[in-house]
Design a protein around this ligand. Structure first.
Ligand code: CU
Length: 176
């Protein structure tokens, strides 16, 4: 699932390639500053088009369980590190980023303040490791339902995604 239309994407990707030689806002070299400053404005508007969210889903929870695990993949084809700093949904009071570790045979979750995705790489929230911890749902959710999520990055516009609730076989939240 992409966040923008495919036809739009291809032209925007081409446009972005032209701006890719600059790595980060505010880091342009003086000699090229004039040219880059005009490209930067353009790039800023396009930056999130090269951040793709795919395969967003939420693990169905048993009745009475208010925490759910959410998963998705992010492809960063921009020329800078993307930093995911938050996620929100009207269906949950709050969303945290967690990572599950097995230590001495015991599974434990640690909260992550942010998730950094280097330029040109993919990051996946996946069962048993990194996950979106969806806390205190505000409505009933069952397999087949669609949950709107907004992903907030350190730079650029937030991204809207729709995550499908699925009856997963994830062991990652059995310990809740
Ligand atoms: Cu968790």
């Amino acid at each position: 699932m992409h966040v923008s239309m495919p036809s739009e994407n291809s032209s925007r990707r081409r446009a972005n390639k032209m701006a890719q030689f600059h790595t980060h806002h505010g880091h342009q070299r003086p000699a090229a500053a004039l040219l880059l400053s005009s490209l930067c404005v353009w790039h800023a508007a396009l930056a999130q088009d090269d951040l793709r969210i795919s395969n967003a889903w939420i693990n169905e929870a048993p009745p009475g369980v208010n925490m759910m695990g959410g998963y998705l993949s992010i492809n960063n084809s921009t020329s800078h590190t993307a930093v995911l700093i938050g996620a929100t949904s009207p269906y949950f009071e709050k969303i945290e980023f967690h990572v599950t570790d097995i230590k001495d045979g015991v599974s434990a979750m640690r909260r992550q303040e942010s998730i950094s995705i280097p330029a040109g790489s993919d990051f996946s929230f996946a069962p048993g490791h990194y996950h979106l911890m969806l806390i205190n749902k505000t409505r009933m959710l069952a397999a087949g339902d669609t949950v709107p999520l907004t992903l907030h990055f350190a730079e650029g516009e937030p991204l809207q995604v729709k995550a499908e609730v699925r009856r997963g076989a994830s062991p990652s939240h059995q310990h809740h």
